[in-house]
Design a protein around this ligand. Structure first.
Ligand SMILES: [Zn+2]
Length: 177
């Protein structure tokens, strides 16, 4: 654990030197999730991306791909959890954080709890299916057996803009067709 912490401290130090200011780690990992969201958009899927972080390193990546995979559960969070669990050889991911560009839906919060994720950071809110306070707040349900910290609003503007421009382009294409 000390080695991991030292590695993280060194990394932060390098980032500070490279950028000239103290880059926020939440923003750093959310930017990685945004790159994955762009991959989803390139596949004509709703652009949502996610990463799982353990000890300061990304151990899982995923982007939304239910249409291309013919899989209603292939949300970015689930794909990132599967990737991390396979890499770490464990169906549970204690001590890990999950970063996702959009507020998770109830299905993904369920998977996050089953995976024993310690902390979730999301970007834009989702007024239609958000389960971190927008529609329901599953994170506030103390009767559920697992508790997980959650924070939203990290790079929310960038995350939301990617979604709204994707839907605007899709509407324009449909109108032309
Ligand atoms: Zn979901």
């Amino acid at each position: 654990m000390l080695i991991v912490k030292q590695h993280l401290d060194n990394y932060l130090h390098l980032v500070v030197i490279a950028t000239g200011h103290n880059i926020d780690m939440n923003q750093h990992f959310m930017a990685e999730a945004l790159l994955l969201a762009r991959q989803a958009a390139a596949c004509d899927e709703v652009p949502v991306g996610a990463v799982v972080v353990c000890g300061g390193s990304i151990v899982g990546r995923g982007f939304n791909q239910p249409i291309s995979r013919h899989d209603p559960s292939a949300h970015a969070e689930i794909m990132a959890l599967r990737d991390a669990a396979a890499r770490l050889g464990n169906y549970r991911l204690p001590g890990c954080s999950l970063y996702v560009t959009l507020e998770p839906c109830p299905m993904c919060v369920g998977a996050i709890f089953h995976a024993r994720i310690e902390r979730v950071v999301f970007g834009a809110t989702d007024p239609k299916t958000g389960a971190a306070g927008s529609v329901v707040d599953l994170f506030a349900q103390t009767r559920l057996n697992h508790h997980c910290r959650v924070e939203g609003g990290v790079l929310a503007e960038e995350c939301g803009l990617l979604l709204s421009s994707f839907f605007a382009a899709r509407r324009a294409r449909t109108a032309l067709a």
